[in-house]
Design a protein around this ligand. Structure first.
Ligand SMILES: *Cc1c(COP(=O)(O)O)cnc(C)c1O
Length: 380
């Protein structure tokens, strides 16, 4: 098909290469080597060190929150975030089915049950309307919190995910969850630097979780961070992720089940260097997004752009194909010539481990699952 050839040429011209073009590759053009070598020279490569502290300070600033805690990866960050807001065994957590599997896994690691609700077509993230409809039908407010009348389980948290860096409709979602006394944890793994109403994502919920995996907008090799404005939760986050060790001069005192989820100083060093370039990366990506938008308009293909009152980091950019058949053709043609493209995730309730989970109709999620394809989005 003619338009796919033009798309391929456009992407090849932009990245100016005849080689394989990945979806998203990390870019190291700053102080990465300097800081990493510095940890080796100091011998502080492991679980304590100046870069961990520096990284946490920087994450506070970037997310505009009062507390940030560095952890081993984004999945661990979400897992602990849910525990921090009180999620316990058998509880239900409202989330979207259109997400990366880690979102649902983090719920399952707490022995809690995901409830999959639909996304909005514009943001591709958890729909406040779907949440409202579900709560009106199923929920009951008791003194101890919100309960599902039909299952008897507590609805202990709501976990929206900002798909590809496009913020969900936070204002409406927070209002509904507040009315029903359900704490919100933001899976902001993909939206570092994205803004909603002029304020960064991740800092809106009770707790926010970020990922610094190699494919994200900036990377620590592997890593994650928890952020919160609640100082008590911030303290608890540090405590739980560092084996729940009570301060003592020489004794080992652990009175509660904690985790060894610390981010090594070696990784924090890499993250610190990368964060220095976050704004440049976002500018670079927004520039590419503008070029893509202009190009795809002529191709009569729908390039996904940010919604009103938001600023997206454009972590992974995407187009919406006409139907599943056209989507498959697009995937085939582009990958055949080494221009990497990928469909959006399979909906979580189609995976064997989440087949039995409670869910709503998923009209929008199914629509997007059939049509959305990620295209090369690396910083040039
Ligand atoms: C990447 C990602 C995670 C998990 O991050 P890791 O650091 O890989 O554990 C969680 N949720 C979403 C939506 C992600 O994209």
């Amino acid at each position: 098909m003619r338009e796919f050839n033009e798309t391929i040429s456009f992407i090849r011209d932009y990245y100016n290469t005849k080689e394989f073009i990945p979806l998203h590759e990390p870019k190291f053009g700053g102080n990465e080597k300097k800081y990493v070598l510095d940890t080796i020279a100091s011998t502080f490569v492991s679980s304590v060190g100046a870069y961990v502290d520096k990284f946490e300070e920087r994450m506070q600033r970037i997310s505009q929150t009062k507390n940030a805690v560095a952890v081993v990866n984004g999945t661990a960050a979400i897992q602990v975030a849910l525990r921090l807001v009180g999620v316990q065994k058998g509880d239900e957590v409202l989330t979207q089915a259109l997400t990366f599997v880690a979102t649902a896994n983090a719920i399952a690691y707490n022995n809690a049950k995901p409830v999959f609700l639909d996304v909005d077509l514009d943001t591709m993230g958890l729909s406040p309307i779907a949440v409202q409809n579900f709560l009106e039908e199923y929920a009951e407010l008791r003194e101890e919190g919100c309960y599902n009348k039909k299952t008897g389980n507590k609805i202990a948290a709501c976990l929206p995910m900002h798909t590809f860096g496009f913020p969900v409709h936070l204002h409406k979602l927070l209002k509904i969850c507040n009315e029903w006394k359900i704490p919100v944890v933001e899976d902001a793994a993909e939206s570092l630097g994205s803004e909603y109403n002029g304020k960064p994502t991740g800092g809106y919920g009770e707790v926010g979780a970020f990922s610094f995996n190699g494919n994200k907008i900036v990377t620590s090799g592997g890593g994650g961070a928890l952020v919160t404005n609640n100082n008590a939760l911030g303290k608890k986050a540090k405590f739980l992720t560092t084996t729940a060790k009570k301060p003592h001069t020489y004794e080992y005192v652990h009175e509660e089940l904690g985790y060894n989820y610390r981010m090594p100083n070696l990784n924090a060093a890499l993250a610190c260097a990368q964060l220095e370039n976050l704004n440049n990366f976002i500018e670079n990506k927004r520039n590419l997004a503008e070029k893509y938008a202009h190009f795809f308009e002529k191709q009569q293909l729908k390039f996904r752009t940010e919604t009103p009152n938001t600023k997206a980091n454009y972590w992974l950019m995407c187009v919406e194909l006409k139907d599943r058949q056209q989507r498959d053709l697009f995937l085939e043609k582009t990958n055949a010539v080494n221009v990497m493209t990928r469909p959006i995730w399979q909906l979580m309730y189609k995976l064997p481990m989440y087949k039995e989970c409670l869910r709503d109709k998923q009209v929008n999620a199914e629509f997007l699952e059939d049509r959305i394809v990620n295209i090369p989005s690396s910083v040039k």
